[in-house]
Design a protein around this ligand. Structure first.
Ligand code: NAP
Length: 249
């Protein structure tokens, strides 16, 4: 898709207020897409520098991904902005809790936000993508989808579910020319991990081959490339963006 055509195409990005979601929204808006910035507060992208043209391409939409009615209303609003062509399921939460003390409510909140929310957003965009004749869904998973992380049971289960949701939808919807991909980051410095003690940060950094954490902009640039380039044969896959941490011996 040439970048000059992008403005007719609407990309809905969940959790676009800050962190990785904000970086993704800014990259896509800079590429000329109309970005429906789906956030709980409805204030659009709250972090990151941008020029006037990029700002014009961002439209704030209220959406709590854990609330079914809110999801339906937000996708209807996004679809009214133009041709809804892509969805980025980025919103997510982490609740660190030793498994023996993890409550059903906390487990459910993480699963509802990270996994059920993703599924409901995908289901809500499906009729639009089907009638358009194509569509792209990028789910933001995590390299924790395949690791045993102390205190991370709910989060890891939810991110493993993202991989499974991605694979099932990719296979079911391939004939509708809808491609579904899972972008799974390693350690990216955001509010999500800001409270981690320095000792834990140093230990994680030491396991990354390049010795540096990733940035939200790294993930933003990858998602921009995947949305802007139509490669239908690439679908269902999980792409790790973790500085090689996950494959290090
Ligand atoms: P973050 O800075 O904490 O931002 C999380 C975003 O999700 C915020 O925009 C937040 O909105 C939104 N959100 C949370 N619950 C929501 C809900 N119910 N409805 C709508 N939006 C909601 O975290 P981040 O690091 O950017 O994480 C973004 C995604 O990347 C998550 O899926 C996370 O699991 C994934 N990820 C992050 C890392 C990492 O190291 N940072 C690694 C792997 C994967 P509010 O502003 O309203 O709270």
């Amino acid at each position: 898709m040439p970048e000059t055509d992008n403005q007719n195409h609407v990309v809905a990005v969940t959790g676009a207020s800050r962190g990785i979601g904000a970086a993704i929204a800014l990259e896509l808006a800079e590429a000329g897409f109309t970005v429906a910035a789906l956030t709980r507060q409805g204030r659009g992208v709250e972090q990151g520098d941008r020029d006037a043209e990029t700002s014009r391409n961002i439209v704030p939409v209220v959406c709590d991904v854990a609330d079914s009615a809110s999801v339906e209303a937000a996708i209807a609003e996004a679809a009214a902005l133009g041709t809804l062509s892509s969805l980025v399921n980025n919103a997510g939460i982490w609740k660190g809790q030793r498994s023996a003390e993890l409550s059903n409510d906390d487990y459910q909140l993480v699963m509802d936000t990270n996994a059920r929310g993703c599924f409901e957003l995908c289901r809500a965009v499906y009729p639009h993508f089907k009638s358009n004749g194509s569509g792209t869904i990028i789910n933001i998973g995590s390299f924790y989808d395949k690791l045993g992380v102390p205190g991370g049971l709910a989060y890891c289960a939810s991110k493993a579910a993202i991989g499974a949701i991605t694979r099932c939808l990719a296979v079911e919807w391939a004939r509708d020319r809808i491609r579904v991909l899972n972008v799974a980051p390693g350690f990216i410095e955001t509010d999500l991990n800001a409270s981690l003690p320095d000792t834990a940060r140093d230990a994680i950094r030491a396991r990354i081959p390049g010795g540096e954490f990733g940035s939200p902009a790294d993930v933003g640039r990858l998602v921009r490339a995947l949305v802007a380039n139509d490669i239908p044969f690439m679908t269902g896959e999980t792409m790790y963006i973790d500085g090689g941490q996950g494959i290090k011996e």
